[in-house]
Design a binder for this molecule. Structure first.
Ligand code: FAD
Length: 387
């Protein structure tokens, strides 16, 4: 088993770190407070700057404007961005996961029309599954897509949609017939410029700069060329998207945890109490040990998931295991960083509290920790706790 990075991976990560140190690190607190990623032109600027590293189109084939990178390399890029600014990693995650769904659709027209622009960062993509009354169980989505002439009429509300407010394009999961439940679902690409939809920004505990919105579709007409999955085709196309999204959430959490660990180590080496460095107190060392062991275990779990994806092997359970473990681990690790830093950890003057607030979100989207736990247990037991 080879744990080393290839020359190419190491070079990309080093170049990316150089960029992040210069363009992000000195301004991150200001950018986060000003929520600058909620400005679509700023976000597109970041997308274009990060594109050469594979952050928005890493695993998309080169023929569609992507980088043709393997998933492991893409994951390493996300880990590094998250070490500096998790909000930025989050916006890229939504773009790359949506781009992959587009790339895997059978709709060549859509691929040619939109994918190169998405991969270049010129069009911002979001994905709408969640609704006010439909969260962990998306089977009974109420947003409708009804056939009408040469297209579909879309009606309904989505909520908690990342990049929603700044989006040019929305991949919307909707039903052709509510009475069919999960069997009525399909996916359609809504181009906001041709088929306008409304959005409202949502405020939240962490990831302040990361746009998260309600979306409303009122009698929105979408041409049938934009169909990704015909109503009745269900959510099966989303399986591989979830594997990628959960693994990217997981590796983003590793980045957050690494940042917290580095900060805590630095602080514990400098700060003195009782006449000695706090890092030489045994209870501080226990926390440092716990932070390190969780972070390394998280890294290994998610790298295995990426390796399975690169090998073309289905990894639903492995990506769920990585997501559940690493996101919960990051919450505890960032919390312990604050604890080690005492009052300064809790202060807005230092980044520790931001890392904690940002990590707290990772346990919710793309399936909460509880949903991931049940996916893993279902894989082991052959018994489902949910449909
Ligand atoms: C910052 C952020 C960004 C998001 N981005 C997107 C996005 O881009 N697109 C999108 O479609 N959605 C997005 N979401 C929505 C996210 O996917 C949902 O919030 C998540 O799936 C949970 O749904 P819910 O909030 O409705 O909670 P619920 O489903 O109501 O769950 C509430 C609680 O009940 C638990 N629970 C539910 N069912 C079970 C069960 N069977 N057994 C045990 N426990 C259970 C859950 O684990 C949770 O603890 C985002 C959410 C957040 C916070």
């Amino acid at each position: 088993m080879d744990f080393s990075l290839t020359w190419q991976q190491q070079t990309v990560v080093d170049q990316l770190e150089k960029f992040l140190k210069k363009e992000v690190a000195p301004y991150v607190e200001e950018y986060d407070k000003k929520k600058i990623l909620r400005d679509p032109s700023k976000l597109k600027e970041f997308f274009r700057q990060l594109q050469p590293f594979g952050a928005i189109s890493g695993p998309i084939p080169e023929e569609y404007g992507g980088m043709g990178l393997d998933y492991t390399s893409t994951g390493l890029v996300f880990q590094k961005i998250a070490e500096y600014w998790a909000s930025l990693a989050g916006t890229c995650l939504i773009q790359v996961a949506g781009a992959r769904l587009l790339a895997e659709s059978q709709n060549k027209g859509i691929i040619e029309k939109y994918l190169p622009e998405v991969c270049a960062g010129n069009l911002i993509l979001c994905s709408g599954i969640t609704e006010p009354n439909v969260g962990s169980n998306p089977a009974y989505i109420t947003t409708t897509m009804k056939k009408e002439g040469t297209g579909y009429r879309v009606n309904g509300q989505k909520t908690w949609i990342s990049n929603g407010s700044v989006s040019d394009l929305a991949l919307v999961v909707a039903t052709g017939d509510r009475s069919l439940g999960p069997k009525g679902l399909g996916i359609i690409l809504v181009d906001r410029r041709e088929s306008p939809y409304g959005t409202r920004e949502l405020e939240k505990l962490g990831l302040k700069a990361f746009p998260t919105s309600e979306m409303s579709f009122e009698e929105v007409f979408v041409p049938e060329e934009n169909l990704i999955v015909t109503p009745g085709g269900g959510m099966r196309n989303l399986g591989r998207t979830f594997e990628l999204a959960r693994s990217l959430m997981s590796v983003t959490s590793v980045g957050l945890a690494r940042a917290a660990l580095a900060m805590a180590v630095c602080y514990a080496q400098e700060r003195e109490q009782w006449g000695k460095k706090i890092g030489s107190h045994q209870l501080i060392q226990e926390m440092i040990y716990n932070m390190k062991s969780r972070t390394e275990a998280s890294y290994l779990l998610v790298m295995r998931a990426f390796w399975l994806m690169d090998s073309g092997i289905k990894c639903e359970a492995e990506s769920s295991l990585a997501k559940a473990y690493s996101t919960e681990a990051a919450v505890r690790t960032t919390r312990e960083c604050m604890q080690i830093m005492g009052g300064y950890g809790y202060s807005e003057e230092y980044p520790a509290e931001r890392l904690y607030r940002d990590a707290s979100m990772q346990t919710i989207p793309d399936g909460t920790t509880q949903i991931q736990q049940m996916i893993v247990a279902r894989d082991l037991l052959g018994l489902a706790a949910f449909a």
